[in-house]
Design a protein. Structure first.
Length: 312
């Protein structure tokens, strides 16, 4: 059966920028990363670009932030694969090794004049507004804005990957978890913050709200792709139902000439892989697929309603 093709992130957002030539050298650097880190870096860049668009950043900053997104994890090429790709929980010692990818990426970028402008993103994308991040425990005012954008995009894609999302159904649960990161933890709010009423979580709530808009766009994109597939399914079901009607008429006919006539009509309607022996099974598969996809569309619209009601 033909399956619809759907990328989790909308593929159209970067086309308005001449990123291919701008980032040719930077992107070549990503080839040295493992495929999982490279794919993650591409996703983060995608999200950074679109968050910037929703924040009405100028084009030069949007391009700059997008490149920063591509390069934020470049330091992971220096992390031992047995630690980087470990499927089980990391030991405290292994986690400390993973954390060094920020300083290693920074040092690599600083040594290369073409990568130097993006070094700060590699260094600071795990810093947290409340000062609990790494490598330097910077607080809100000291964290570059591009690093704050990358942190939101980075955490979202990491959760999406960890939970193996193939659809945006239930994506609101992941966004709710990010909301918790945007809120201050009462156990760790410093006394000076209480005094000034400046309570920060780990991630920037303003940026997170823009991510919500990006996720809604991606959900609508999935709905559009699914609707296209639903139309395909309906066309195939209509064709196969016509074949079924010909088969029924052939079985009811008492003249061989009429049987041959309807059987020939069936042959003309068969597509690759279909025949007298399996068309009914294929028809059932298409009908079941249609029910599933129509239910998915309903659930995706419900997700959009939930996301729109989320508050930080």
């Amino acid at each position: 059966m033909f399956e619809e093709k759907f990328d989790f992130y909308s593929p159209v957002n970067l086309k308005s920028y001449n990123l291919d030539q701008t980032m040719r050298y930077q992107l070549s650097t990503l080839e040295r990363l493992d495929r999982f880190t490279r794919r993650h870096s591409e996703n983060v860049a995608n999200l950074c670009c679109r968050i910037c668009e929703y924040m009405h950043c100028n084009q030069s900053f949007t391009v700059y932030c997008t490149i920063c997104g591509y390069l934020h994890d470049v330091g992971k090429m220096f992390i031992p694969p047995e630690i980087l790709n470990k499927p089980d929980k990391l030991t405290p010692e292994e986690y400390e090794v993973i954390k060094t990818h920020t300083t290693l990426g920074y040092e690599m970028c600083m040594k290369d004049p073409q990568l130097r402008p993006y070094a700060v993103a590699a260094l600071d994308h795990h810093e947290a507004l409340d000062g609990t991040g790494y490598p330097h425990g910077l607080k809100k005012k000291d964290i570059p804005y591009e690093a704050q954008i990358i942190r939101v995009a980075d955490e979202y894609d990491a959760l999406v990957t960890k939970r193996q999302y193939k659809t945006h159904v239930n994506i609101s649960e992941t966004l709710k978890e990010l909301i918790n990161d945007a809120r201050p933890d009462p156990k760790f709010v410093a006394l000076d913050q209480l005094a000034t009423k400046e309570k920060d979580g780990k991630v920037n709530g303003v940026i997170l709200k823009k991510l919500f808009k990006v996720v809604i766009d991606d959900t609508l994109y999935e709905i559009s792709c699914t609707m296209d597939y639903v139309e395909y399914l309906k066309q195939q079901i209509k064709r196969l139902e016509l074949i079924s009607s010909y088969d029924e008429k052939a079985n009811k006919s008492d003249k061989q000439k009429k049987k041959d006539y309807y059987h020939e009509g069936m042959r003309l309607l068969f597509q690759k892989g279909e025949g007298f022996e399996n068309y009914a099974q294929i028809l059932d598969e298409y009908r079941n697929a249609l029910v599933i996809r129509e239910d998915t569309i309903d659930k995706l619209y419900e997700e959009i309603k939930i996301i729109k009601k989320l508050r930080i």
